[in-house]
Design a protein around this ligand. Structure first.
Ligand code: ADP
Ligand code: ADP
Length: 219
């Protein structure tokens, strides 16, 4: 049975950073809904144009659009043995849709690490985040700077600050998280799959804690 891990946590807590590390070490696919939307926006697809109007306001993209995009991604061959899901699901309706989709190809959500940190830490992380244009690699001006300012170490593409990372939009995103995603935290807590991880530590320590949280689930 294919193994799916859902990473939960507020904006800026480090989901993308940790999802990339965990996917690399465990040889699983990494599915980031935010990256998929940003790729569509960059390529000016219809989906991208539609999603941009919500993303720029700090709101969630409607469920039907989001779920269809994820379904397409789950059908790619690299998801056959499983994936780390980062940014999806983000509300209980998306979680129910995910279970249905996974059941179609004998997959299951095995664990839901929930990474947390105080709001002041989130704001500090988001305000210094730099994202790579080509592949979404993540940097921080203080905590994880690139070797050369403005250039991705891994693929040489330019680094940019996300439009929705400006202060007003971040406040809105945190509010949306509290209203729409916290109910999902409770949903997974009830299912017994939630594992809390302290995100207010150095990247390496969060990785170690995350690895031990899933050690009985993925080898
Ligand atoms: P964050 O850094 O807040 O975790 P993401 O890159 O995951 O940001 O998401 C950026 C934006 O993309 C969100 O604010 C939202 O507009 C949209 N988005 C991402 N994932 C979803 C989802 N599962 N459902 C609806 N909208 C989403
Ligand atoms: P999310 O996907 O949850 O929005 P990211 O992984 O993009 O979060 O991280 C947000 C910002 O914080 C990035 O600039 C990243 O380099 C930085 N970051 C991530 N984890 C840590 C950490 N443990 N300590 C310090 N900075 C971090």
């Amino acid at each position: 049975m294919a193994t799916f891990i859902v990473l939960l946590g507020p904006p800026g807590v480090g989901k993308g950073t940790q999802a990339k590390i965990l996917a690399d070490t465990k040889k699983l696919a990494h599915i980031s809904s935010g990256d998929l939307f940003r790729e569509n926006i960059k390529n000016q697809t219809e989906l991208g144009k539609h999603a941009k109007s919500f993303i720029d306001k700090g709101e969630l993209v409607p469920d039907d659009v989001t779920i269809n995009m994820i379904r397409e991604r789950l059908n790619r061959p690299d998801c056959e043995i499983g994936a780390i899901l980062d940014g999806f699901p983000r509300n209980p309706a998306q979680a129910v849709a995910l279970e249905k989709m996974l059941a179609e190809f004998n997959g299951q959500v095995k664990a839901v690490p929930y990474i947390t940190a105080p709001e002041s830490v989130l704001v500090e992380r988001i305000s210094g985040r730099w994202t790579c244009r080509a592949n979404g690699h993540i940097y921080h001006q203080m905590f994880n700077p690139p070797k050369q300012t403005g250039v991705c170490d891994l693929d040489g593409s330019d680094l940019y600050q996300r439009e929705d990372d400006k202060v007003e939009t971040v406040t809105k995103r945190i509010r949306v998280y509290l209203e729409q995603t916290i109910p999902l935290v409770e949903y997974y807590r009830k299912s017994g799959k939630l594992i809390e991880v302290n995100g207010a530590q150095a990247v390496e320590q969060v990785s170690l804690d995350l690895c031990s949280a899933v050690k009985n689930i993925i080898l």
